[in-house]
Design a protein around this ligand. Structure first.
Ligand code: ZN
Length: 120
């Protein structure tokens, strides 16, 4: 779980169109699903960084976001490139997953599914 900073909360206020005081209050109350909040932040940052696509490669921009939230490159890509209509999250680690992954892996993400394979 990521501790959201002041700046992250400011961005969430913009994304959700809620006043910053409300967002901060919700965060303090623990109402934010952290995985979903981070996914929204990644999408937002990615959109902002698009303006710098002549200056930096896609990989550089993805890694900058990964560093910002201290998460893996894979998770950034998943947030950017996965179009989700409904929210599905891995029941073990809480990472956002696609509908296909959700039904194929019985509610687990790719990584947790692999970890759950027992080699005799
Ligand atoms: Zn998982």
């Amino acid at each position: 779980m990521i501790k959201l900073t002041e700046r992250h909360l400011e961005k969430l206020a913009i994304i959700t169109e809620l006043p910053l005081e409300k967002v901060t209050e919700f965060d303090t109350m623990g109402l934010f699903d952290s995985a979903r909040a981070v996914e929204l932040l990644i999408k937002y940052d990615w959109k902002l960084l698009k303006r710098q696509q002549k200056k930096y490669t896609a990989h550089q921009r993805i890694m900058a976001i990964a560093n910002e939230y201290n998460i893996t490159e894979h998770r950034v890509k998943q947030a950017i490139y996965t179009k989700r209509v409904m929210g599905y999250f891995c029941k073990k680690c809480g990472m956002p997953i696609t509908k296909v992954e959700h039904s194929r892996n019985r509610g687990l993400c790719e990584k947790c599914t692999i970890e759950s394979i027992k080699i005799q």
